[in-house]
Design a protein around this ligand. Structure first.
Ligand code: NAD
Ligand code: ZN
Length: 366
């Protein structure tokens, strides 16, 4: 069939709208009619080739849509089911089997390979050139796409699909790093660096978990004001004050938990130094391959801190996304306040507004 798609063709260049041919879903796949897709910072850095993903390629990895067609080997789905799409994983390696599919040993190939395991792509151009698909098991910047059924998460028929796509990456990443990895105790303190969609999702999750000192650090005053509105107990503008000193003062020695959503090396160092004795910090912010950050092994040895590198919130999406939806329905995870909708035709504006920091979480609606 034919489908309209936004295609990444070159670094730092607008996505191009093209009519592509979508092939037939494989036995283990679903064809999805996309309803909406979040735009994640990761889409922008892949368009810009921070990680080598072959172009032209259809990006997008926060898709939500409706099952249109079902591969012959798929069970558990019916045509018309509403789904939120998550990352792809093999399901059979040691990490997948032990409940950590976001650390699948072939995660990179599955999510950044832009093709199926057999080397085929789902999309091709009018001239017959293959166009990369299966980005994060989705390539959701297309009206129709084929996805591995394993990564699709069925959601209730009354679920607001136009809102839920970001649960598949950005919101899952921030909330999962907090709820699945850091696991703050009720009454505890946490500092979060970066008040983008990922940091804000972490903040809302920390609040839902009962953390009572929630410090948000950023260099953009408006974002800090918004963080306060949404439940931060303290904000620190690290352009104006030393965030390590500020966090130590607020917490009386250092935070129990910390999250770096920036991927900026000096910020990572600040995070390690903001932790109290035996504190637990996590990095989710992405940096170019080869990026190193200073880490004071002399001073920090005696502090006994733990640092985790966290992918996609270490979630099992089929288990975690329904929990996030339940928290949202309950009013405890109001991530809808982070989002702004754009027609699919304005996807490049959505990218630009995200880069400019004026929109936290753009969602393109088909
Ligand atoms: P974003 O750009 O909206 O937010 C980043 C925030 O960091 C911004 O508010 C920015 O002002 C702030 N910031 C930048 N430099 C800073 C500094 N020096 N000090 C303090 N704050 C600073 O991005 P996002 O959508 O929230 O995503 C955050 C990061 O997470 C991105 O790098 C993204 O690629 C990554 N990510 C990782 C995973 C994962 O699995 N680990 C998944 C999704 C996204
Ligand atoms: Zn993402």
């Amino acid at each position: 069939m034919k489908t309209q798609a936004a295609v990444a063709v070159a670094p730092e260049t607008d996505l191009e709208f093209r009519e592509l041919t979508l092939d037939e879903p494989r036995p283990d796949e679903l064809r999805i009619k996309m309803v909406a897709s979040g735009v994640c910072h990761t889409d922008a850095i892949i368009r810009d080739q921070w990680y080598p993903v072959p172009q032209p390629v259809v990006l997008g990895h926060e898709g939500a849509g409706v099952v249109e067609q079902i591969g012959s080997a798929v069970s558990g789905f019916e045509v018309g089911d509403k789904v939120v799409l998550g990352p792809s994983f093999c399901g059979s390696c040691q990490q997948c089997l032990s409940g950590h599919p976001m650390y699948c040993e072939t995660f990179y190939d599955h999510n950044f390979g832009a093709q199926r395991e057999d080397g085929s792509t789902a999309f091709s151009s009018e001239s017959g050139q293959s166009v990369g698909s299966h980005f994060f098991g989705q390539s959701s910047f297309a009206e129709y796409t084929n996805v591995p059924a394993q990564g699709a998460v069925k959601v209730p028929q009354d679920a607001p699909l136009e809102l839920l796509g970001p649960l598949g990456c950005g919101i899952m990443t921030g909330a999962g790093a907090v709820l699945n990895v850091l696991r703050p105790k009720p009454g505890s303190s946490i500092v979060i660096f970066g008040t983008g969609a990922v940091g804000m999702a972490g903040m809302l999750a920390a609040r839902a978990a009962g953390a009572t000192t929630i410090i948000m650090v950023d260099i953009v005053a408006e974002r800090l004001d918004f963080a306060e509105e949404l439940g931060a107990t303290h904000t620190v503008n690290s352009k104006e004050v030393d965030p390590v000193e500020a966090v130590k003062k607020i917490t009386g020695g250092g935070a129990e938990y910390a999250l770096d959503t920036t991927g900026v090396p000096p910020v990572f160092s600040q995070m390690t130094k903001s932790l109290g004795v035996q504190g637990h910090g996590a990095l989710v912010g992405a940096a170019k391959l080869g990026t190193e950050a200073p880490f004071d092994i002399g001073t920090l040895l005696v502090s006994g801190i733990t640092i985790s590198m966290v992918i996609e919130g270490d979630a099992v999406p089929k288990e975690f996304i329904p929990r996030l939806i339940a928290l949202h329905q309950n009013g405890e995870l109001p991530f809808d306040k982070l989002t702004k909708s754009y027609p699919f035709a304005e996807i490049n504006k959505a990218f630009a507004d995200s880069a400019a920091g004026t929109t936290l979480k753009p969602i393109v609606v088909f």
